[in-house]
Design a protein around this ligand. Structure first.
Ligand code: OAD
Length: 237
């Protein structure tokens, strides 16, 4: 069986139906904050309490019983079962809903809520509860502070080399529920297009951006993603 290589990029829209707010759908506010207020190294320097509090709240919200993976996350987990390592799933989301739906290989290019990172060594570890400036790391002697394991504006997203290779060598690139406003992720569609890769956009809004998509399907991720993925699987991707 000669399966095609597929790269999927997901954004906040894929988790919207799971009860997590997107970034730009409420006048640029994310849970009542401007993104710059809570998602920059400068914010962490000038107002660390707010930044810790904000991510503690997001981590807590993610563990509320009604926040569960939706049909879009589940469809992408099915696609991984079908394609194995021919699927590269890249997410800008810091939630763990892809994993909870069953995806095993997820590249969290903007980091993860359920993990903490030592400010000195950069070593990360799973972290489910709240923490702040007084929470010590376990990797250094003497201990250092932990920070949210999030890539803030001005910092370099993770896995970039791997993602760029996957995008340029893919047969199909699918962007799901992302506004395409934050680079470098916003540039992947163009990169794919210029590499001769077929590009598809699945989004709630009608054709929102770029001439770089060959196909656009409009609708909530919980509906359009399973539909699209099932078609892909049936035609043996
Ligand atoms: P945005 O909030 O910018 O965009 C969400 C997109 O999802 C929009 O295009 C919506 O139309 C679409 N959408 C909303 N509900 C949907 C649904 N039910 N089904 C399908 N699509 C839906 O979120 P991102 O593009 O993910 O970075 O934002 C990118 C980055 O900006 C984030 O990773 C975050 C933020 O600053 C960091 O925190 C580092």
């Amino acid at each position: 069986m000669n399966q095609r290589k597929v790269v999927v990029l997901t954004g906040a829209g894929v988790s919207a139906e799971s009860g997590l707010k997107t970034f730009r759908d409420s006048n640029g506010l994310w849970e009542q904050h401007r993104v710059e207020e809570v998602a920059t190294p400068e914010a962490f320097q000038t107002n660390p309490e707010l930044v810790y509090r904000f991510y503690n709240a997001r981590r807590q919200q993610l563990q509320e019983p009604d926040v569960q993976p939706n049909a879009a996350h589940q469809a992408l987990a099915r696609l991984e079962q079908h394609l194995g390592s021919n699927l590269t799933l890249v997410t800008q989301n810091v939630d763990d809903l892809h994993e909870r739906a069953g995806s095993q290989q997820v590249l969290h290019m903007h980091g993860q809520l359920m993990s903490a990172r030592c400010v000195a060594s950069g070593i990360r570890r799973p972290f489910t509860r709240s923490f702040d400036a007084t929470t010590a790391c376990t990797c250094c002697q003497p201990a250092n502070q932990l920070r949210p394991d999030i890539v803030w504006f001005g910092e370099t997203p993770m896995f970039m080399d791997k993602i760029i290779v996957a995008v340029t060598q893919a047969d199909l690139f699918i962007a799901i529920g992302t506004s395409g406003q934050v680079y470098p992720a916003a540039g992947f569609a163009q990169l794919a297009h210029e590499s001769g890769v077929r590009t598809v956009e699945l989004n709630l809004e009608p054709d929102i951006h770029h001439p770089y998509f060959d196909e656009h399907r409009q609708g909530p991720a919980g509906q359009v993603v399973p539909q699209f993925i099932d078609e892909l699987i049936q035609t043996n991707a």
